[in-house]
Design a protein. Sequence first.
Length: 288
Amino acid sequence: MGSMEQQEYPLVRRLHALDPRLREAAARDAAATLWGPEAERVLAAALVTAAREERDPGALEAQLAALPSVETGLDDTDLGRLAVMPSPPPVLARLLARAGRLQVAGPVEPVGAGTRAVVRCLRGIPRTGLSLRTPLGAWVVLERIESYGRATDRLDTGASARVLLSGPGARALGEWDRLEADPRAREYVRLLRAPDPRVRELAAAGAADWPDSWDPETGTLLCAALARAAAHEPDASALETELGALLQLARFLSPPARAALRARDRATLPPTLHPCLDALLTSDDPAH
């Protein structure tokens, strides 16, 4: 990590402190804040470096637990470095599965209601049961993975395997097609940062279209992006859609996201949206 980045982001220095308790505290602080895109990228890389070098169990647990909060800041190099960590704990295994990218490496073969193909894993560690999107926008499910003639539940980065895919999208696959593990959440996060308020509004609406399809970490990621957008949203229509999406996903709303919403200047909020914001801020209060 360059010295300029360490000067600009003191948290990066703390992630490399000599005292493991200070490193652990820094990782927890990283997870407790909503970061802008550039800070997210810097902290993601710093957390990956810290986790790869960490020998203290408590600090390592905190560093890995913080990664989903900066997930959209992880690039392919970061994901590749994480993928070679031995015995990844559940939080890291889920993150790497969500990052999965496969490439069909040979002709596909219809098998009953499914399709068999040889694939190469380009990124992440996809697992059986994972939904992937095809180049045409259809969906397939990774039903089975066979490596060296034996069934396995995961496919490591850089490895090839024969897989069984189900779903209508599988029949349209061709050689060299790429499959992406459900890329919608990352796309919505990116679009919620767009300069056009109509694009932000559409992204917020899309995030709320499948409220029951998100796992807890993906839901938390979306709520963080929605709260970050809503905290500074100047457009009334986009703001209404962002707050409405947050209500749909309120069970995933984290303390950092609530803190961002709480910091919103109510004087800039249309009076009709006050009840919506109040509902979000009190939804974690046992008295309500």
